[in-house]
Design a protein around this ligand. Structure first.
Ligand code: NAG
Ligand code: NAG
Ligand code: NAG
Ligand code: NAG
Ligand code: NAG
Length: 471
């Protein structure tokens, strides 16, 4: 589908007007689908977010070849999260079509809480936007799968396909716009002895495998700017008793670069940057993470100098999978300030080791016996394979393009109906006023805003349907 740069600022303006009242300082994603699948009423999480049932949302549609069953957990009140009280079960191909207002990277979280034996043994595939996200997947224990995926269509079809004789299910779906600074295009490729710059990261799908807060407490969605979970690093430390290593915690203020478009609290929150582990000039600290072999990985290492009393005291080496990826890293020279966050994205190919190691080691450019280097956090993301699958090849049964084109025009119309039902005349009036204003400056705008052209393309106007309808 052709992109339409003209409508983006307009939509952004409108959204700004709609949401600025409630946004305060919290990140307010443009797209924000929070869906409690199979639920009969909204579910409110401890972090304040409100998930609405998959039957009552104007900007989302459930499409299926046969009936899908809402299923309630037998002991719903005892479920650890309100999202675990119900699920939707699919006996064949089914898709959630999710309206996208702003193209670009989105965070997708799929919650699986198998509350009975049928769900625990269900075997299925999940695809979205032409990518195979979960292949032959079984959720035998509760799990949340998180992906970061580029979306360049106006509707994202999230498709569930059961294996023959099995079922598919999901308890909850989160799909929200990622802040632009979260995904860069450039990384450092650590490939054998070559350390080279690589690009194209922004067109990959990433699956989060580990998110580690070094020497810090677990950070829950309540305390994270993007509702992420970060866990303590101790279980991954290889040499716990490494000489001269030390855990730090910081009570001061983390100084996010003022006005920076690249480094914000959304990249990682204070709770992650205010703890670290350090090594001295002779020391070495290694963390090891079991990972599926045969994939490329993005390793994001976060550094925020909360350990130095003055600038230019620290120089250290960074190792990725046993290779020296950065020699004598000078964090002060890079950031120019203390307590100032910074991260480096490494790309590494894990062929058959099944283990991904990151390490920091002291440099003899630091003073002997003194702190030489540190690490605050690590994120490990699996990248999609060449064929667009995360894990295995893209099977023909998941031909999302076919499914996608089949239902899309219809969805556009249902969205427009939803718009009217929601009674958002105010929005429409604002839209018309703004369109008129824009039209004066740009005579071609109306043609871009034209309704469904009949060949399955979506009308632009539906982009103004709100994500949430009120109950
Ligand atoms: C899924 O896994 C099962 C059991 O390991 C296997 O029998 C089946 O062939 C797999 N299906 C696909 C599509 O890979
Ligand atoms: C949020 O962070 C604060 C300060 O670090 C901590 O005291 C609190 O327990 C955290 N809350 C949750 C729900 O994790
Ligand atoms: C630290 O670990 C790396 C990678 O495991 C290794 O190459 C390096 O020689 C070690 N340095 C020291 C000082 O032990
Ligand atoms: C640091 O160590 C390396 C090898 O271990 C050596 O080649 C280099 O000269 C040393 N640098 C300093 C400043 O001592
Ligand atoms: C991931 O998928 C994209 C789009 O299909 C492709 O361009 C890219 O090469 C894939 N990534 C890898 C590491 O193969």
């Amino acid at each position: 589908m052709a992109s339409s740069p003209g409508s983006t600022p307009l939509a952004a303006l409108l959204l700004l007007a709609l949401f600025s009242a409630s946004a305060a300082s919290r990140f307010a994603p443009v797209d924000n689908h929070l869906i409690a699948c199979g639920a009969t009423g909204p579910a409110v999480l401890p972090d304040g977010r409100r998930f609405i049932p998959d039957t009552g949302c104007a900007s989302m549609r459930l499409r299926s070849e046969s009936s899908t069953l809402p299923t309630a957990a037998p002991n719903a009140p005892a479920a650890p999260s309100p999202l675990h009280a119900a699920a939707r079960v699919f006996s064949c191909h089914a898709s959630y079509d999710l309206a996208i207002r702003r193209r670009g990277h989105h965070v997708l979280r799929l919650h699986f809480y198998p509350f009975d034996a049928t769900l625990a043994s269900a075997r299925f595939h999940v695809g979205a936007g032409g990518f195979l996200l979960l292949h032959n997947f079984t959720a035998s224990s509760p799990v949340v799968k998180e992906f970061l995926l580029p979306v360049d269509t106006d509707v994202l079809a999230l498709t569930f396909v059961p294996e023959a004789g099995s079922a598919a299910f999901v308890n909850a779906i989160e799909l929200f716009s990622a802040p632009e600074e979260l995904v860069g295009d450039i990384g450092t490729l650590v490939d054998g002895d070559d350390i080279i710059q690589t690009d194209g990261l922004s067109s990959q799908v990433f699956e989060t495998l580990y998110r580690i807060n070094v020497a810090g407490h677990k950070v829950t969605p309540f305390n994270d700017t993007l509702w992420r979970t970060w866990v303590n690093d101790e279980g991954f430390l290889v040499n716990k008793e490494a000489s001269g290593s030390k855990a730090w915690s910081f009570g001061g203020r983390i100084a996010y670069p003022k006005g920076s478009k690249l480094m914000t609290r959304e990249v990682a929150p204070d709770n992650v940057y205010n703890s670290a582990r350090s090594v001295n000039s002779e020391g070495n600290l290694t963390w090891a993470f079991p990972v599926p072999a045969g994939n490329m990985y993005l390793v994001r290492m976060h550094f925020c100098d909360i350990v130095s009393k003055a600038l230019y005291q620290l120089y250290f080496n960074i190792y990725v999978n046993g290779r020296q990826a950065v020699k004598d890293f000078d964090i002060s020279g890079t950031t120019g300030y203390l307590a100032y966050p910074y991260y480096i994205d490494f790309v590494v190919d894990i062929e058959d080791e099944g283990l991904l190691e990151v390490a920091i080691g002291g440099s003899n450019m630091s003073r002997a016996g003194e702190v030489s280097g540190f690490l605050n956090a690590v994120e490990i993301m699996r990248m999609n394979q060449t064929g667009g699958g995360m894990d295995g090849d893209f099977p023909a049964i998941l031909d999302m393009d076919y499914l996608f084109s089949k239902g899309i025009g219809e969805f556009a119309r249902s969205l427009l109906c939803g718009l009217l039902f929601a009674g958002l005349f105010l929005v429409l009036v604002t839209l018309v006023v703004r369109l008129r204003t824009e039209l004066k400056n740009n005579g071609t705008l109306w043609s871009r805003q034209s309704m469904d052209s009949g060949d399955g393309k979506l009308a632009r106007a539906y982009q103004l349907v709100p994500t949430k309808t009120d109950y």
